[in-house]
Ligand binder design. Structure first.
Ligand code: ZN
Ligand code: ZN
Length: 487
């Protein structure tokens, strides 16, 4: 507990500041610019003296923890130097070859030596996959929609073996993706990106959300993570933001008074309803701080979603370092907006980053031209929205950096549809697995499936012209088959 202080910075990372771009306190963390209080929990802890904004406090160390956890999950199994403190520590051979020498073989596997610390290590995934036959059958059945117990019966394996295979397949997929991802970051520098957020298991109410970011035109998915950690345990009490465990959610939800938002067919009403829902949260960045029912997973721990979003955008910042500028389309959700505005504050001030809210109704046809544009300032934040309507079709955009002048083009081009379609396809393909009664409270088993699905989507999944997202971006020449993923 602490009065009148900001949570301390972590490794130079301080995310507590005014997030109103037009305010002169934007991005500044000197506490003299703010009113700070922690005696009345019903009032904001931090209020900007200049513009009155009340950004929720964040534990910077916890953001860092979540970022490192995410990074380890994505690249933990890739061959890399493992010497603590070595300049090449954790840099995969696949994408950072300049740090390593090939150093003979260990059996059939390639051995490498680190140029800095001379340590040697083996690339576990460099040999031919000895289990390719059974794993290819397993994947084929999984993608055809069979339940786990049916697959086990057909292949005469037990569930433990099934999940072991799944983990190994996921590791191979991450390995395959690492080099194509590196090419994406070198070659797709003008591609607009999009983020999307949906429940991982739509029928479960288990509190696990799934955040993805990828290319907005062809649907090449770059980053995805869920606000769930299988390896940690849920805390038994609500921790305040100064506590190191503040990123972990206890099982303490209040369903009384829960309001189910019906999406209005009128887009302006829908956007306004969303702002009302956001202001009913005690923390505007955390959808779980309003009356809501959550059936807490029976194992592992839920992560506060803002830490998930900040961690993903920290990863994005690191990946996009060499991009001169970028555009990111996102749904109207302050959870992602705040993460975006905080992580990319320098780019926002330099106008080299364009975060744009996009909402549209079911009648909108992708790529339609926008006519009759109405500009409206909405909600407490006075967000500047541009609406267009043609018959029953409606679409709206809002540039979070408050840039103006390109509304017509943004209304036509901005879209989060392909990243949402990616998630919808996952739900469709693996419905029987995702909705298994036992699985609903055990989301951990779906983690390897997410890696496998990202690889399949990016490298194997062909559109009506027979082109995969990786091909459309010029990253690969041919569609991969399941056998390619496993080789
Ligand atoms: Zn301010
Ligand atoms: Zn080294």
């Amino acid at each position: 507990m602490s009065t009148g202080k900001l949570p301390p910075a972590a490794d130079g990372l301080q995310l507590n500041f005014c997030k109103t771009l037009a305010c002169r306190n934007f991005g500044l963390s000197d506490k003299k610019f703010y009113l700070l209080q922690d005696t009345d929990p019903s009032r904001p802890s931090l209020v900007c003296r200049e513009c009155g904004a009340f950004p929720p406090l964040l534990n910077n160390h916890a953001v860092m923890d979540e970022y490192l956890r995410l990074k380890a999950q994505d690249s933990g199994n890739l061959a890399a130097c493992s010497t603590q403190g070595c300049p090449a520590h954790g840099l995969p051979v696949l994408t950072h070859r300049e740090h390593y020498h090939a150093f003979g073989y260990s059996g059939e596997r390639q051995r490498y030596r680190c140029k800095h610390c001379q340590s040697t290590f083996v690339d576990k995934w460099s040999n031919a996959n000895p289990k390719i036959d059974v794993q290819q059958k397993l994947l084929g059945l999984l993608f055809t929609g069979y339940a786990v117990r049916e697959i086990c019966r057909k292949l005469a394996i037990n569930p433990k073996t099934f999940y072991d295979h799944l983990d190994q397949i996921a590791a191979r997929c991450r390995n395959k993706l690492a080099s194509v991802d590196a090419r994406f970051l070198q070659m797709a520098t003008n591609t607009p990106l999009a983020s999307s957020l949906v429940p991982l298991q739509p029928k479960s109410d288990n509190g696990v959300m799934w955040l993805t970011t990828g290319d907005a035109e062809h649907g090449y998915i770059l980053l995805q993570n869920i606000n769930y950690s299988a390896a940690e345990e849920k805390p038994d009490h609500l921790a305040d933001v100064f506590d190191a465990s503040s990123r972990l959610m206890p099982d303490a939800f209040h369903p009384n008074g829960e309001i189910h938002l019906q999406k209005s067919s009128d887009l302006l009403t829908q956007v306004n309803d969303k702002y009302k829902e956001v202001l009913s949260r005690s923390n505007v960045e955390d959808p779980y701080t309003r009356p809501i029912r959550v059936d807490y997973p029976s194992k592992g721990c839920l992560i506060r979603p803002q830490y998930t979003a900040y961690a993903q955008y920290l990863r994005l910042k690191e990946l996009l370092e060499s991009w001169d500028s970028f555009t990111l389309y996102l749904p109207q959700e302050p959870l992602m907006r705040s993460a975006m505005m905080s992580i990319f504050k320098e780019r926002l001030m330099a106008q080299t980053c364009h975060p744009i809210y996009v909402e549209q109704n079911a009648h909108w046809v992708e790529g339609s031209a926008a006519s009759n544009i109405d500009i409206m300032l909405l909600s407490w934040w006075r967000d500047r929205w541009a609406f267009t309507q043609e018959g029953t079709a409606a679409k709206a955009i809002c540039h979070l950096g408050r840039e103006t002048g390109s509304e017509e083009a943004w209304l036509q081009d901005a879209s989060t549809q392909v990243v949402y379609q990616y998630q919808a396809r996952f739900h469709q393909h693996f419905r029987s697995l995702i909705d298994e009664p036992r699985r609903r409270l055990r989301p951990g088993g779906l983690l390897p499936l997410l890696d496998i699905f990202r690889a399949w989507n990016n490298l194997c999944n062909q559109n009506s012209e027979g082109i995969t997202p990786a091909q459309a971006l010029g990253l690969t020449r041919h569609p991969y088959t399941l056998a390619h993923l496993l080789a």
